[in-house]
Write a protein that binds this ligand. Structure first.
Ligand code: NAD
Length: 373
């Protein structure tokens, strides 16, 4: 669905924003996937992300199809009043999709739990949107869920693929938004050293490890930059990607590990926190250089796993505490990690191909069950 959101600001000004909603494959259930606010979002990008959601939901055994939506505007340059008006207009335009439960949004790049509360405020039905603030029916732990899953996937990769002790592991993370900060937080708690961080405002490095708790205070939200953090030196993007490290976690935007950047990477394991951060050319170079990649549709699935519990609770009235949510995410990631490792051994394939084969198997089976094929 492609549409335009038009707001009359005053007698002289009408502002218009392109918006997109994509359903990729809904054989397993309603289309589930985040809503992206970005001045660069395009139909093609939303389509790619909806496809990733199809594989992610199938891989994690969730009763959801692949969906995604986007509004082309810069949330960081918008005042609250206008942002709220844009979101209300978005709900107005797709209210049939939301009220019927055909599409269930959640936060993604540039959008936050607060924005989900505006959607809920318009539909009045808690199951129409996930990633809401906890106080209004959101799931305790949903905020941290994606980072929780990424950090747990990284831990499994460090211990079982790199065969390293996490306490002797260096990690660098691109992105200090929702996914990046919580990934860094949990890995730091597990004893890993986070030596480099990279956000849109700056890139910082400390070879002894950055103090993540202090960074939470220094840059409390996705809008605040880590730039200038006192206990660090500022480095360039080229220096960041070529840092000596065990693990690199891209957790910001797509297409960062490319044919141009991949050959400089010295990390031995990439854990994709962001969606689609590695291009096909980038991955080819990584694999040739013996670098393992835990793919996005496995590694960053903690968010949608938690969203599933939020959606289920909204329908049933059940409640789940944060500890339980983290345990459920860890357990799902554990189970699927070992399924992927088994497929890798059997197929002698890359990790991405191995996880993909599991998703595809589930989707084909479901399409046969529904007589689609
Ligand atoms: P966010 O808006 O909270 O944070 C984005 C971070 O990326 C910020 O630190 C920002 O400074 C940085 N950034 C933005 N543009 C950049 C650029 N060009 N170069 C370097 N850094 C840049 O977003 P988020 O929710 O953390 O999402 C990050 C990624 O994770 C996206 O690819 C998103 O699709 C994916 N993801 C998010 C979730 C979720 O639950 N939020 C779930 C799965 C996947």
């Amino acid at each position: 669905i492609k549409f335009s959101l038009n707001l009359k600001m005053n007698n002289e000004e009408i502002i218009c924003f392109d918006a997109f909603v994509v359903y990729h494959n809904v054989v397993l259930g309603p289309a589930k996937g985040g809503i992206r606010f970005s001045p660069y979002v395009s139909f093609g990008e939303v389509r790619t992300f909806a496809e990733i959601m199809t594989y992610k939901n199938a891989l994690m055994g969730l009763p959801f199809g692949g969906g995604k939506s986007g509004i082309k505007f810069d949330p960081y340059k918008m005042n609250d009043f206008t942002r709220i008006a844009i979101i209300k207009e978005y709900v107005h335009m797709i209210k049939e999709e939301l009220n019927s439960g055909a599409y269930i949004p959640a936060p993604d790049l540039g959008s936050s739990p607060q924005d989900m509360s505006i959607i809920y405020g318009e539909t009045h039905r808690p199951e129409t949107v996930t990633g809401k603030p906890v106080i209004i029916g959101g799931l305790p732990g949903r905020l941290q869920a994606t980072g929780r899953g990424v950090s747990h996937a990284a831990k499994l990769g460090i211990e079982n693929i790199l065969k390293k002790d996490i306490k002797k592991t260096d990690v660098i993370v691109q992105g200090f938004g929702n996914v990046g900060r919580w990934t860094a937080y949990f890995l730091h708690q597990m004893g890993a050293r986070i030596t480099g961080l990279y956000d849109i405002g700056g890139i910082i490095y400390n070879k002894k490890g950055l103090d993540i708790e202090k960074l939470f205070k220094y840059a409390p939200t996705s809008k605040d930059s880590i730039k200038g953090f006192p206990e660090s030196e500022s480095i360039s993007a080229e220096q960041f990607f070529s840092l000596e490290t065990d693990v690199l976690i891209p957790a910001a935007v797509e297409n960062v590990i490319t044919g141009d950047t991949a050959s400089a990477i010295k990390a031995k394991l990439i854990v994709e926190g962001a969606n689609d951060p590695t291009t096909a050319e980038g991955e080819e170079i990584l694999l040739k250089n013996g670098i393992h990649v835990l793919p996005d549709f496995f590694a960053n699935s903690g968010g949608v796993v938690a969203s599933y519990f939020e959606w289920r609770n909204a329908k049933s009235g059940n409640q789940t505490c944060e500890k339980e949510v983290f345990e459920l995410i860890d357990k799902k990631i554990d189970t699927v990690f070992w399924q992927g490792m088994e497929a890798r051994k059997r197929l002698k394939a890359s990790l991405r191909e191995s996880f993909f084969s599991i998703s595809l198997g589930t989707l084909i089976e479901a399409m046969k069950a529904r007589l689609w094929i």
